[in-house]
Design a protein around this ligand. Structure first.
Ligand SMILES: [Zn+2]
Length: 320
């Protein structure tokens, strides 16, 4: 009895004092709704905090210095590693994949997809050898893993969206770009999507200088949607370079240059001496086994590119 009485009274008292009237409750609800509406309007009107900002902190695409490429660093962060997707894009769970039309020089543009299980391939990869991306050359070097300098490089990897011989998704890329630069990011995204069944915004942009036929590299951006970038968030530039080999990005021509990949590339085409056949307009290394008629033999010392500009072609045997 004692306990009951003691408990009962204060409780009743409290309840009486604090019980809100129906009007108070309605008013409070209305006020909260109004505040919510005002708050969301305010949010909408604010500038997107992580909108693309090429002039932002850190390295921007315009700062890329190919001569500073080091083979230990296949990619560098762009804009502090923050991808440039808009706030609206970042919440999209709608699967899509888009590939830019080739430009007037036959070059690929932006490839962009919302990677998810639905887009991933179930079929085996098919041949892509029939596609000749801009600047394509079939050249071999002993110092390249697999010999071939260039691979047909998927912008959006086959394992992510299952695109085979899509010419809007294949660029002339070095073996090094393919394996050391892009593949780790592709694998990371593929593993993440398989583990979580989430969506990953994934955009790959080839970066060309002027009217070059070969990209100096690709910008890769990724963002996992459902966990708001917790699992995947990157914005990098991967070098389309090959340690030990110089590339003329205008044409795709290449030659051995030990300084490439050291961080201090000697960019200029080194001056060299060639033998010329002034009749066939071929140029050769001085020790080429092909004999040139005395009457047509010439010697040239200078840059290879200048020789080509003069109408000369490299010999197929000595491959100068
Ligand atoms: Zn020759």
């Amino acid at each position: 009895m004692y306990r009951n009485a003691n408990n009962y009274r204060p409780r009743k008292k409290r309840r009486r004092q604090s019980r809100p009237s129906l009007w108070q409750m309605l008013l409070t609800t209305a006020l909260m709704l109004l505040l919510w509406v005002l708050f969301t309007r305010l949010l909408d009107s604010l500038p997107e905090p992580a909108a693309p900002d090429v002039e932002g902190t850190g390295v921007s695409l315009g700062d890329i210095d190919m001569a500073a490429f080091r083979k230990e660093e296949p990619w560098i962060d762009i804009n502090g590693g923050v991808p440039g997707f808009t706030q609206e894009e970042r919440t999209s769970t709608e699967p899509f994949e888009t590939y830019a039309e080739l430009d007037e020089l036959g070059r690929c543009g932006v490839a962009y997809a919302n990677i998810c299980r639905e887009l991933m391939p179930e079929d085996e990869r098919e041949g892509i050898g029939q596609v000749k991306p801009s600047g394509w050359q079939s050249v071999k070097y002993d110092i390249v893993d697999g010999k071939y300098l260039y691979n047909r490089c998927h912008l959006i990897g086959f394992q992510l969206a299952g695109e085979n011989a899509n010419k809007q998704n294949l660029i002339t890329g070095t073996r090094y770009l393919n394996i050391e630069g892009m593949l780790p990011f592709e694998n990371m995204v593929a593993d993440y999507v398989k583990e979580t069944d989430n969506h990953v915004l994934y955009r790959v942009t080839p970066v060309y200088q002027g009217s070059d036929l070969v990209a100096i590299g690709v910008q890769m951006e990724g963002w996992s949607v459902e966990d708001e970038g917790d699992g995947i968030a990157f914005n990098v530039f991967c070098y389309n370079a090959q340690p030990g080999i110089a590339i003329d990005y205008a044409t795709g021509e290449s030659w051995e240059n030990a300084s490439v990949g050291t961080g201090q590339t000697v960019q200029t085409d080194p001056s060299q001496t060639y033998q010329l056949n002034t009749k066939t307009k071929k140029f050769h290394l001085p020790d080429c086994s092909i004999a040139i008629d005395e009457a047509n033999r010439g010697v040239y010392t200078g840059q290879r590119a200048d020789l080509i500009e003069m109408g000369y072609e490299p010999c197929g045997r000595c491959k100068p």
